[in-house]
Design a binder for this molecule. Structure first.
Ligand SMILES: Nc1nc2c(ncn2[C@@H]2O[C@H](COP(=O)(O)OP(=O)(O)OP(=O)(O)O)[C@@H](O)[C@H]2O)c(=O)[nH]1
Ligand SMILES: [Mg+2]
Length: 457
């Protein structure tokens, strides 16, 4: 086991966890190989749900599987709110304790983010390490981060999560008088406690990470500025994790974005060009969303999510092979994150994916419930043409007639305009090339400084 008995765990955990942005709870793979046979980490899943909430902890199980941890049992308590001190009620905890032994669990996984106090009390009561949903998601992100920016973002999110835990732990230890280093010259009086030192180190590291991220990002915003110069309409794929976004990007653009059956396969944005007879588009695939997405991640991934915020059109991809109730819940979770990052006013197209997994009856139901949506299968190609047509339609609806005067020393603009408008009229004048074209509104706006006259509808 990676952690000591609960009493000791409380004192060493924050220091252990914070080190390289990786938690010590999981060790899902060795050289990419997952352990065979009896799983090393056998988690018992717990959740406090409100009446009427789905009692199946499928998603938590899936998150654990992605992190390389087996689920060996689950227990749900229905109550209005989780217990503020122990998450589950006292009676339920007794029941759980017996179950843990029976199921031979060596870890307890909670479907919500726990307060440091809840976590500590649970560990003390149950005698096993307890991890919460946030720690699991952070761990998955840590093992899926590949680029420098991705790694920095995850480390920042993990440190912030741990810092909150240290604070909780610190007040706890202060009360016990355990945090103070006694004896020795210079340590008496109002000296720093160990936990204060750890917190200060964590804060320093957080500041250093923020500075590094800013540097990495400024080079990425340069890349984005270059893309913007191409003046192509920007389309972003957004959706729940595992919805099929990367597969769809590949089907639309012939790209080779990474696809995986596990959650949070994609963390870094991938942008590819989609060429249609009318014009070209930039399509960006980025990190998937999930219910109760840790706010530390939303903060840390702010710049990555900006790709979505800057889009002209969002393709909201949702897995159509799941029951309607789940589909609605996932759609809502995505809407929530889009609102949180300020992308909720961008026009959206609902894309129902994995059509090959949907039977005739469900197709009709989907048609009734989501009449504006496009049903596609990236696997069989079904609906892809229609989706491209719908993307064209979205931009065509906003076409504006523009007259632009492109000075001769801005000749590069002409090629761009051809790419973005398909057909255009051009006339050489003494001041430059006069262009008459019809452009999508968002694109026209980017050429405003070359405009001869106000746009006409
Ligand atoms: N049957 C079927 N499976 C699909 C289809 N599209 C994607 N999948 C599968 O769904 C799983 C998730 O696909 P991804 O494209 O990685 O999903 P994603 O939305 O990019 O996921 P994250 O990057 O984790 O957010 C993979 O196992 C795909 O093979 C489809 O049209 N039909
Ligand atoms: Mg993906």
């Amino acid at each position: 086991m990676t952690r000591g008995p609960p009493a000791a765990t409380a004192t060493i955990k924050p220091v252990q966890r914070g080190r390289h942005g990786r938690s010590v709870v999981f060790n899902p793979s060795v050289n990419g190989q997952r352990p065979q046979g009896r799983a090393r980490q056998r988690a018992y899943l717990i959740a406090s749900l409100r009446d009427g909430e789905d009692g199946e902890l499928t998603e938590l199980r899936e998150l654990l599987r992605t992190a390389g941890v087996a689920g060996v049992g689950e227990m749900v308590q229905h109550r209005d709110h989780p217990h503020p001190n122990t998450y589950l009620g006292a009676g339920k905890l007794d029941e759980l304790k017996a179950e843990l032994a029976r199921a031979d669990a060596n870890l307890v996984a909670c479907d919500d983010e726990l307060s440091p106090r809840q976590e500590r009390n649970l560990e003390n009561t149950l005698g096993l390490p307890v991890i919460d949903r946030t720690a699991i998601i952070l761990d998955i992100f840590a093992s899926h981060a590949h680029t420098a920016e991705g790694k920095l973002q995850v480390e920042l999110a993990q440190l912030e999560y741990n810092l909150a835990r240290m604070r909780g732990l610190w007040s706890h230890l202060e009360r016990l008088g355990a945090g103070r280093i006694d004896g020795g010259i210079g340590t008496r009086g109002p000296g720093e406690t160990q936990i204060e030192t750890d917190r200060r180190l964590a804060r320093d590291r957080i500041s250093a990470l923020r500075r590094k991220l800013a540097r990495v990002r400024s080079s990425r915003s340069v890349m984005r500025a270059e893309r913007n110069r191409a003046h192509l309409p920007q389309v972003a794929l957004a959706g729940y994790t595992n919805a099929g976004k990367s597969t769809l990007l590949n089907a639309l653009t012939g790209a080779h974005a990474g696809v995986g059956e596990r959650l949070f396969q994609t963390l870094d944005p991938t942008t590819r060009v989609l060429r249609t007879p009318a014009r070209s588009y930039l399509v960006t695939d980025t990190v998937g969303f999930i219910r109760k997405l840790p706010h530390q991640l939303v903060d840390a991934f702010g710049a990555t999510l900006e790709e979505t915020r800057l889009a002209d059109l969002i393709l909201h991809v949702v897995d159509a092979s799941v029951p309607e109730e789940e589909l609605v819940a996932m759609t809502r979770a995505v809407e929530d994150v889009l609102r949180e990052i300020g992308a909720h006013e961008i026009p959206q197209l609902l894309v129902l994916s994995k059509a090959d997994q949907v039977d005739e009856e469900r197709r009709q139901e989907l048609g009734r419930r989501h009449p504006r949506a496009v049903l596609v299968s990236a696997l069989t190609g079904e609906g892809i043409e229609e989706l491209v047509a719908r993307i064209e339609e979205e931009f065509s609806r906003t076409l504006e007639s523009v007259e632009l005067l492109i000075p001769y020393d801005e000749g590069g603009r002409l090629a761009e305009l051809h790419e973005v408008s398909g057909e255009l009229e051009r006339e050489e004048t003494t001041e430059g090339v006069l262009i008459r074209a019809r452009l999508p509104a968002t694109v026209a706006a980017r050429y405003r400084r070359f405009a001869l006259s106000a746009p006409r509808a």
